[in-house]
Design a protein around this ligand. Structure first.
Ligand SMILES: NC(=O)c1ccc[n+]([C@@H]2O[C@H](COP(=O)([O-])OP(=O)(O)OC[C@H]3O[C@@H](n4cnc5c(N)ncnc54)[C@H](OP(=O)(O)O)[C@@H]3O)[C@@H](O)[C@H]2O)c1
Length: 306
């Protein structure tokens, strides 16, 4: 097993699987990407989604809404996209302004076009282990384990963070009765007592809390596998700004048997999973019943043989 679990090779492999599916089924995947306001970081991400989609043969139709637009206006636009036969996937650039009711908006997206897996129906499918859209960040963790053949079966796997977008769906995925799951999962949060002791018992520790350098060597056992989902703005000693994970990477490096870098780890994979979900939505639209994971397994196996 590699010590540094980089995301790039996984992202490339997932894109290859998407491309193979697009070509085999002659798909023309199109996404309606909705952005409210013009936050510079969001706009940068939106542009990269558009640029990289074109390389795969996916189209992205951006709809930029004024930052003062009403919730009713957003709901109306989602409704139009839901019934547009040329749009297979809908993605809302988050975060939305705080005045919006996230639950109401998530439920307004048609479940078959819900490529960010926000709709309760799609989150519920994860719980009962039914095939469907997976939220991108938990899926990025799952495919990291799969690509590097880290099987969590029977292992003590600790997740830090219980958000609806990362911690909770990920915990449920890793409880699935299938390869690269079957873990014994513990989820910690801000009210957890003895968090340090719980982490010390982890064979695999996944952190998704959003606290720079939170995980330190005294919290982990020798040989642990560290998966870092956190992305945190950090001011270095010289005053420069960089982005770091939740794990104190340098300090934990020697004690861990493998770990994901930030940047370049889990976060590197998420956009390719968004396109994969768009391809999934296009297959649903065509009423093609295909297990997308079979394609991913083929590409992963071919890449590992090289
Ligand atoms: N790599 C990617 O592509 C990607 C995607 C999404 C998010 N992220 C990053 O992942 C991190 C988490 O994102 P999120 O959206 O899940 O965050 P979130 O909604 O803020 O949830 C954070 C979770 O961490 C818990 N927590 C916070 N401080 C804690 C502490 N001191 N001890 C124990 N638990 C603590 C919170 O507990 P409570 O529930 O008790 O409040 C909550 O469950 C952020 O850094 C975010 O930027 C990365």
């Amino acid at each position: 097993m590699d010590k540094i679990l980089k995301g790039k090779a996984i992202a490339v492999a997932i894109n290859q699987a998407s491309k193979a599916l697009i070509e085999e089924f002659d798909l023309q995947p199109k996404m309606r990407l909705i952005q409210v306001g013009e936050d510079p970081a969001s706009s940068y991400y939106v542009q990269s989604i558009i640029k990289n989609a074109a390389k795969l043969g996916c189209a992205v139709e951006l709809m930029s809404l004024d930052k003062d637009c009403s919730q009713d206006e957003l709901l109306r636009i989602i409704k139009v996209a839901n019934s547009d036969p040329h749009i297979q996937g809908i993605m809302l650039q988050k975060p939305l302004p705080k005045r919006f009711d996230d639950s109401l908006i998530n439920i307004s997206i048609h479940p078959d076009k819900d490529i960010d897996a926000l709709h309760p129906l799609n989150l519920g499918k994860i719980l009962i282990e039914e095939d469907g859209f997976l939220p991108n960040t938990p899926a990025a963790v799952f495919y990291t384990l799969k690509y590097y053949r880290i099987d969590p079966q029977g292992k003590n796997l600790v997740i830090l963070g219980r958000s609806n977008v990362v911690g909770k769906p990920l915990a449920n995925m890793l409880l699935w009765k299938k390869p690269y799951a079957n873990a014994t999962v513990t989820v910690c949060h801000s009210r957890t007592e003895n968090l340090k002791e719980i982490c010390q018992g982890a064979d695999i520790l996944i952190s998704a809390i959003g606290r720079a350098h939170f995980v330190t060597p005294d919290m982990i056992k020798d040989g642990v596998i560290l998966i870092d989902v956190g992305i945190n703005k950090f001011t270095q000693a010289d005053g420069s700004i960089s982005y770091v994970g939740d794990v104190d990477y340098d300090a934990c490096y020697n004690k861990a048997s493998a770990l994901t870098p930030v940047p370049g780890g889990v976060g590197r994979i998420t956009t390719s999973l968004l396109y994969l979900n768009l391809v999934r939505a296009s297959l649903i639209d065509r009423k093609v019943n295909k297990n997308v994971d079979e394609y991913i397994d083929l590409v992963f196996n071919a890449k590992r043989k090289k």
